[in-house]
Write a protein that binds this ligand. Structure first.
Ligand code: AMP
Length: 188
């Protein structure tokens, strides 16, 4: 059973890697950013509440995200495994996830941390052209990442769940390393 959390700064390549690995493993790729962008596009109640935070590069308040993740993990396809991309992003979210998984009798195999130098991140994000990818918002998102999300690296390292991967190499090479992590560590 493959259950992974992908951790890393915006632009680290988590989304691309999560998408292809999830396809290879036939498990859902759960991206809170994608779910929120869809909610914004459809102007649902969640989307309307989340939009201003996203446009400014701020994190959406935990309560909105926690409900969303709980609902998504309870859907039937997630019983086969999952890759969480972009969640958890705060210690509060990580603690909530611990409790949720405990209640669901699930265990996350590994937290994969994508390491990429800042100058490369900024270049990649500027090239992406998403609505929240202006230089000012990008810099703010990196600050938010450092302040609120990076503490999760130690949080998971102390629990020996962390595997770090060099995200600054060709996509195929990252793919290959991820496959090796999955093969070695996913218990049946
Ligand atoms: P992403 O696509 O993961 O970079 O997420 C895009 C934006 O969605 C972020 O800048 C946040 O505003 C919001 N977002 C996504 N995931 C989370 C989360 N776990 N907690 C709070 N905000 C989130």
């Amino acid at each position: 059973m493959v259950r992974l959390i992908f951790l890393g700064a915006p632009g680290a390549g988590k989304g691309t890697q999560a998408q292809t690995l999830a396809q290879r493993q036939h498990i859902p790729h759960i991206s809170t950013g994608d779910i929120l962008r869809q909610a914004v596009a459809q102007q649902t109640e969640l989307g309307q509440k989340a939009q201003a935070y996203m446009d400014q590069g701020e994190l959406v308040p935990d309560q909105l995200i926690l409900d969303l993740v709980q609902e998504r993990l309870k859907q039937s396809d997630a019983a086969a495994g999952w890759i969480l991309d972009g969640f958890p992003r705060t210690v509060t979210q990580a603690t909530f996830l611990d409790e949720l998984l405990l209640r669901m009798s699930q265990i996350c195999n590994y937290v994969v941390n994508f390491e990429v130098p800042d100058d490369i991140l900024i270049g990649r994000l500027l090239g992406r052209g998403r609505k929240d990818d202006t230089e000012e918002v990008i810099r703010h998102r990196l600050d938010v990442y450092r302040q609120q999300t990076a503490p999760l690296i130690d949080f998971y390292r102390e629990r020996q769940q962390l595997v770090s991967i060099n995200g600054n190499q060709p996509i195929e090479q990252v793919n290959h390393q991820l496959d090796q992590i999955v093969q070695k560590n996913s218990a049946p």
